[in-house]
Each structure stands twice: as C-alpha cells, then as structure tokens.
Design a binder for this molecule. Structure first.
Ligand code: ADE
Ligand code: ZN
Length: 321
C-alpha cells in the first residue's frame, strides 16, 4: 500500500465524526434513547436534501454527547482514523452552543476534547488546534455570551469560526463578536459561500476580518472576488464529499476544485462531517483525484496548501511536511 501523503485537515467538525456505532454505544452508556432501531437504520437516514436537513439530524444526534469522557472518546476515534490517512495536523471545530442548549457546559466540552488533544502528538503524531464555532442561526448576543464563557479556556482555543444555517444569516450579523475575538487575540475563520452567495465571502473578509474561508466555493460566481482571494492568498477549506451529500453540487465531477486551483486559489481538501458524508479526508482526496483527474503534482500541491493555510507557525509547518 502507498503511504498516504502527509497533510493537514483544517475543516473538521468534531461532532461530525460521530459514527453511528459510537452514537449507539454512547447512548447505551448515557441512558439516551435514539429514534432509530440500530446503527444501520441511522446510517440509512443520511440522505440529505440540503444543509438544513443535515443540521436537523446532526444536532439531534448530539444528545448522546453528555460527559467529558464522551467528547474524549469521540476525539480519540477521529484522531486515530485521521492518522491512518496521513493527517499530521488537525484544526478542529466544535459547536459549544449546541451543547450548552442541552445543558452540557462549554467547560465539559473543552476539557473532554482537550484530554484527547493533549496526548495527540504522542499517540497519533498529530499536532492540533481547537476552533470554537458560533451558530449563525442563533443571535449575536448568544455568540457574545459564548465567547465570554470561553474566557477561562482561551489557552486551549486558537480561534473562532461561524457555522450552521448560512442563507439569511450573513457574516455582518457577527461584526461585534469578531471584533471582540480579535481583541482577545483569537484567529478568525468563517463558513461562507457554501449555500450562501459570493457576497457573504466578501463580507466575511471585510467585516469579520477572517484569515481563512470555510467552503467559499460560491466565490466562483464573482471573478473579481476570485482575483482578490488569489492575490491575497486567502485559503479556502473545501469539502468535496460534503458538497455532494448536501446537494451544493450534483456530483464530484461537477466540483469546481480544479477550476479553483487553475484560477490560482489557495484551496485545501477536508472532510467537514466525515461520519455523515461518506468519508474522511483520504476519501475526499481520492474522490477528487478520480472524478477530476488530478495529477500527482496537483495532489501534492493540495497537501502543501493545507500546511500553508494552517495556523501552525512557519517553522512548525515546514517540519510537519
Ligand atoms: N456544521 C457542521 N457542518 C456544517 C456545514 N457543512 N455547514 C455549516 N455548518 C455546519
Ligand atoms: Zn463545515
């Protein structure tokens, strides 16, 4: 077997790595009843018509994540799979508001994920960063309160992100939150241009000051924006299998990734919510290689991009590669 190429994963929701089998094991341990007969029946329900249809199931299944140990186990399982696929560095999203709404405090989540991340280098050879995402379909006040609640844990949180239902929840809604995050010295990223328009990508850059755009594929509707993203080397974290499963595009062969590379954009390949979308980062790389006919050099460029786009310091990024 070929050794997988060393890569960084920069767009990964830890809750989206919850495999059906682990969901049932955690449900049994925590006394939670799931509305599915078994793991196979749950997997059968993973037929999504759009982002919202996925989010409804995704937030519902989080009911099984209750204790710090649950989050540690979830994170360990991801890191083990990622290591086997050549991941050397992972920047991991989590959704504190989705847990707080169920009575699971931010501290429990950070301590749980953190216990796994602490030993990740030693156990899995993966360096990590943690990025706290705000739910854009919740209010800016709720995001500000979440940022406030995170203050005791900022030694373990590198940055903030913005996710959940995009259309109708433009980046500018979170101007103040991102200003406060910047004052606290946090790095800034946001989902934009997944289902929402190119204008949301501009707004994420101009109003939120993001350093990296998650998805961003709708930028292709706006040639001037593409020129700017290329000139400023703003990284875009693409998730090809996610885009097909959430019907952003019809098939992998329709994915704009190759056109984006040819336009000079700094794009990376990631898995988003791999337990739900049919594969981890390795399957995403293999999928675009086969569907788009990417060359070995293009695949190596994608892997190099992932380190360049990461929040590793330059010397660390060179060492990882
Ligand atoms: N939360 C988890 N996955 C997401 C995605 N693909 N888009 C927006 N929010 C998300
Ligand atoms: Zn995402």
């Amino acid at each position: 077997m070929n050794m997988p190429v060393p890569k960084a994963e920069l767009h990964l929701h830890i809750e989206g790595t919850l495999e059906p089998e682990l969901a049932f094991a955690l449900a049994a341990r925590g006394g939670v009843t799931l509305p599915y007969a078994d793991a196979a029946a749950l997997r059968e329900a993973y037929r999504f018509s759009d982002l919202q249809s996925f989010l409804d199931l995704y937030y519902g299944l989080m009911a099984v994540l209750r204790t710090a140990e649950d989050f540690t186990e979830l994170t360990d399982a991801y890191l083990e799979r990622a290591a086997a696929q050549g991941v050397r560095h992972a920047e991991i999203f989590f959704d504190p508001q989705a847990h707080a709404a169920r009575g699971v405090p931010l501290g429990t989540v950070v301590e749980g994920i953190g216990a796994s991340l602490e030993r990740s280098e030693e156990r899995y050879g993966i360096s990590t960063r943690l990025i706290m995402c705000f739910l854009r379909d919740e209010s800016a006040e709720s995001a500000l309160a979440t940022l406030d609640a995170a203050k005791p844990y900022l030694d373990r949180i590198t940055g903030v992100g913005l996710d959940s239902a995009e259309v109708g929840n433009p980046p500018a809604k979170f101007r103040e939150v991102y200003e406060e995050a910047a004052r606290l010295g946090l790095r800034r990223v946001a989902h934009a241009g997944e289902e929402g328009p190119a204008a949301y990508v501009r707004e994420a850059l101009d109003v939120l000051g993001v350093e990296r755009v998650d998805h961003g594929l709708r930028c292709m509707d706006d040639p001037e924006l593409v020129d700017r993203l290329a000139r400023e080397r703003v990284p875009l974290t693409l998730c090809p299998l996610s885009n097909v499963r959430l019907r952003v595009i019809d098939t992998l062969a329709d994915h704009p990734l190759r056109a984006m590379m040819e336009a000079g954009l700094l794009v990376t390949v990631n898995s988003d919510d791999p337990a739900y979308f049919g594969g981890y980062v390795g399957e995403n790389f293999d999928g675009v290689r086969d569907a788009l006919g990417l060359t070995g050099e293009q695949l190596r460029e994608l892997a190099r991009n992932s380190f360049e786009a990461s929040f590793l310091e330059d010397d660390e990024a060179r060492r990882e590669r």
